[in-house]
Ligand binder design. Structure first.
Ligand SMILES: *[C@@H]1O[C@H](CO)[C@@H](O)[C@H](O)[C@H]1NC(C)=O
Ligand SMILES: *[C@@H]1O[C@H](CO)[C@@H](O)[C@H](O)[C@H]1NC(C)=O
Ligand SMILES: *[C@@H]1O[C@H](CO)[C@@H](O)[C@H](O)[C@H]1NC(C)=O
Ligand SMILES: *[C@@H]1O[C@H](CO)[C@@H](O)[C@H](O)[C@H]1NC(C)=O
Ligand SMILES: *[C@@H]1O[C@H](CO)[C@@H](O)[C@H](O)[C@H]1NC(C)=O
Ligand SMILES: *[C@@H]1O[C@H](CO)[C@@H](O)[C@H](O)[C@H]1NC(C)=O
Ligand SMILES: *[C@@H]1O[C@H](CO)[C@@H](O)[C@H](O)[C@H]1NC(C)=O
Ligand SMILES: *[C@@H]1O[C@H](CO)[C@@H](O)[C@H](O)[C@H]1NC(C)=O
Length: 717
């Protein structure tokens, strides 16, 4: 459905301990641990069940549950007939599709407290735990050649979230993880079996798992901290072996986030593609921090900041994600951004915010969550793009390919709109000319994108110290948790943010605590205010960590915060300008017509048989009759803010649909000459002359504009 607006309505049973790597019997029942410790997070997340969505975020999550995400378990062959559930359908040797699905269905089910989705998650958990092999292997594979560790990292992400959401499952999950860890340790210690392919192996021919060694480590760190059961040594060594395998396999990201090595231009200029796959990079933004937790080498924190800064500076989209159509693409608004990258970027930056507390990381999560992510998803949550272009006046099978290694169909909205493409090219390797076959188009975004909002919500509130609570990622939501000394607190956020600038908090607490609101770095303090319990509003006074502290007393407290937003025009690497207000990017909002048909099979581009789809799963192409060759006068922008006085329930649902947002910007503009290259707008013309009259155009939030122009040339009048 496009364009239609519907009005709203600890386990401590240790008998032996490791000291300095030696097995030492525990004496007198004393509990000990190894000498290795993990560097703690600055802020701690809450269990999935502590936070509930409200307002527009609740509507979005419900649409996702009622749409594709909540139905893949029933019909989508890579989930319903996955080898993980006894079936026979996988899209690649990685066997990762049902694991990706599990990683999103757990948080989606639990943040919504949705019985139907919880039953889906439970059936997968039961099947996987009941079928764990004698030797500890988790998953369907039975031979050394097919047993790759990578997809286990995704299953463990799902299991650790499950263990926190439903304590009645914790013990069997932790049992299973321990059993698997012992096996993984032995495999890795034996020449990195299951991580680095050796002769005859076929579990990771494109080295995706090898490039993602830190992902399993994240869950092992969770096990180490929460349920070590005296197995610290084997867990620790397994974590070290994962990183070591990445080094041996030449996928050590600390060698890439280095000045002079990190590429400042995109493909095809990039020659060494070991580290330039966009989804790998989005995930690897967390690699140095995960490693730092173990080694505490200060350089890794600086490296994290550089990694994020360079990724955005040289390959960042104005909508908050990475530009890479498989491999990094530079700053061109013609190049594509994979939907997977926006959710992995959000997850990485929220992890880094929790760990390091840099305000820029949380700003980055919000920018991707409110712009890049929803732009690529249909309003009804049944279809999505594989790649989004920043300047994209139509969404169709392009007659040419502006992308490096994504097919021309990749920017349509559909079920699995990215096709197998055989790219055979010669490559010089070890002084031999070999033929290099790229064959890794996969419907990964179909099974990965729905983690975006559930994980965003789940990390929107964080604990700080023993008696503090932070609202870190701003959105309408409600949290109930217990702070120090059994202090039960509830915080309910009433807001239409980011479509409005005001957040109203209703807080109840048994005793006093420190409440903090993260103040985004774009906030104009002079236009901002805070008022507690209806008292006269005062200025915001954020501390050096950009947190506004409110000392909350026992009982009921209300806090009203207004975040000053101003229009901010940014000149982009393309030469065009991007227009922001607060966290939202504004784009020329084009009318469009849509046409839909039976989804195409990604491997042979033929329509899928009806029994493989649902009536709602359609592929869509969007065409615009509007003039898109528009230049704006950035000195003459007028904000049309109709958000004042709007209640949460007044926002239409779906909110990310054309015309749904209560705020837009009017720009003085004119039509200019602007060429089409590769069936897409060329780079914005520099200093163009008007070819038409001076007109007013409307710029709307990018996420609501499924076809859009967001990097525009400049004219002066
Ligand atoms: C290990 O034990 C020491 C001393 O009891 C304690 O300070 C440390 O926090 C423990 N570490 C872990 C990871 O449990
Ligand atoms: C270990 O694996 C590497 C490939 O990563 C291979 O070249 C080497 O022969 C293997 N060594 C043994 C002893 O199997
Ligand atoms: C990167 O860091 C430089 C220097 O601190 C700063 O000026 C710039 O704004 C940062 N860019 C991004 C995209 O974070
Ligand atoms: C898309 O267009 C290309 C030519 O540009 C064509 O080769 C391909 O078959 C088309 N794909 C579909 C699914 O129509
Ligand atoms: C998709 O196409 C491939 C290649 O022709 C075929 O093997 C497969 O069965 C098709 N899938 C479905 C569900 O029809
Ligand atoms: C802004 O542009 C509009 C026409 O688009 C014009 O009517 C108005 O006078 C301009 N304002 C300024 C301050 O230039
Ligand atoms: C459009 O392309 C034509 C032919 O290549 C070229 O002559 C012209 O300068 C281009 N116009 C713009 C605005 O870039
Ligand atoms: C353009 O918009 C501006 C600001 O809203 C308004 O003042 C002006 O009258 C409009 N001009 C035209 C031609 O519609």
């Amino acid at each position: 459905m496009f364009g239609r607006i519907v009005p709203a309505s600890a386990f401590l049973a240790v008998t032996t301990v490791f000291v300095g790597g030696l097995l030492v019997p525990a004496t007198n029942g004393a509990v000990s641990n190894s000498t290795n410790t993990l560097s703690p997070f600055l802020y701690t997340p809450l269990p999935l069940t502590a936070i509930r969505p409200r307002g527009w975020l609740s509507s979005q999550l419900h649409l996702s549950a009622a749409g594709l995400a909540g139905h893949e378990h029933d019909f989508y062959r890579y989930v319903s007939d996955s080898t993980w559930l006894g079936g026979s359908t996988e899209y690649s040797e990685l066997h990762e599709s049902a694991p990706y699905w599990f990683n999103y269905i757990v948080p989606l089910a639990y943040v919504l407290d949705d019985a139907r989705l919880k039953a889906q998650a439970k059936s997968f958990l039961d099947y996987v735990l009941d079928h764990q092999a004698e030797d500890g292997w988790i998953g369907p594979e039975t031979t050394r050649e097919t047993r790759g560790i990578w997809a286990r990292a995704l299953v463990l992400f799902g299991m650790t979230q499950y263990a926190e959401a439903d304590p009645s499952e914790t013990e069997r999950i932790v049992d299973s993880m321990h059993k698997f860890t012992v096996l993984a340790h032995d495999m890795l210690a034996s020449n990195f079996t299951g991580l680095i392919q050796q002769s005859g192996d076929n579990f990771d021919p494109w080295r995706f798992g090898l490039a993602r060694t830190h992902e399993l480590v994240m869950s092992l760190q969770w096990l180490y901290e929460n349920y070590p059961r005296g197995q610290e040594q084997v867990i620790w060594e397994t974590m070290e072996l994962m990183f070591e395998g990445g080094r041996v396999g030449e996928r050590d990201w600390t060698t890439f986030f280095v000045e002079g090595v990190f590429p400042k231009v995109g493909t095809p200029a990039i020659k060494d593609t070991r580290f330039t796959h966009g989804v790998n990079l989005a995930q690897a933004l967390r690699y140095p921090a995960v490693l730092y937790r173990m080694t505490k080498e200060d350089g890794l924190l600086t490296q994290t900041r550089n990694a994020v800064n360079w990724t955005y500076t040289y390959h960042g989209s104005s909508s908050g994600t990475i530009i890479a159509d498989e491999h990094l693409g530079g700053l061109s608004p013609q190049r594509g951004s994979e939907l997977c990258m926006s959710v992995e970027t959000m997850f990485s930056l929220s992890y880094l915010y929790r760990f390091q507390g840099d305000n820029a990381f949380a700003d980055g999560v919000e920018r991707a969550a409110f712009n890049a992510f929803p732009a690529a998803i249909s309003p009804d949550w049944w279809s999505h793009q594989y790649v989004t272009q920043t300047n994209q006046p139509w969404s169709r099978n392009l007659t040419a390919k502006p992308f490096y290694n994504v097919v021309s169909y990749g920017n349509t909205f559909g079920l699995e709109p990215n096709f197998l493409c055989l790219l055979i090219k010669p490559k010089v390797k070890y002084n031999y000319l070999v033929w290099w076959i790229n064959l890794f188009k996969q419907p990964c975004c179909t099974v990965n994108h729905p983690q975006g909002y559930p994980k965003f919500l789940a990390t929107s509130f964080l604990k700080a110290g023993s008696n503090g609570l932070i609202h870190a990622l701003l959105s309408p939501s409600e949290v109930t948790t217990t702070l120090a000394h059994g202090n039960k607190v509830t915080v309910s956020v009433d807001t239409i943010y980011p479509f409005g600038d005001t957040l109203v908090y209703t807080i109840t607490a048994r005793s006093s605590f420190d409440f903090y609101i993260r103040i985004p770095s774009w906030t104009v303090l002079a236009l901002s205010s805070i008022s507690v319990d209806g008292k006269k509003a005062g200025a915001l006074t954020p501390d050096e960590n950009s947190l506004q502290k409110v000392a909350v007393k026992s009982g009921r407290t209300t806090v009203k915060v207004k975040l000053g937003m101003e229009v901010n025009v940014v000149t982009r690497g393309s030469g065009g300008v991007a227009v922001y207000r607060g966290p939202l990017l504004y784009a020329l909002d084009l009318e469009y017509s849509s046409e839909s048909f039976q989804p195409l099979n990604w491997t042979d581009t033929q329509p899928l048989p009806g029994e493989e789809t649902l009536p709602e799963t359609r592929d869509h192409i969007l065409e615009t009759p509007s003039e898109w060759r528009i230049a704006i006068d950035p000195t003459n922008l007028t904000v049309n803010d109709n958000s004042a006085g709007l209640k949460m329930a007044d926002l239409p649902s779906p909110i990310f649909a054309r015309g749904a947002a209560p705020v837009s910007i009017t720009a003085a503009a004119c039509a200019v000459a602007w060429n089409v290259t590769l069936d897409s707008p060329a780079l914005p013309p520099l200093s163009p002359a008007c070819v038409g009259e001076r007109v007013n155009v409307t710029l709307s939030p990018y996420g609501t504009a499924k076809v859009h122009m967001a990097e525009l040339p400049i004219v002066g009048f």
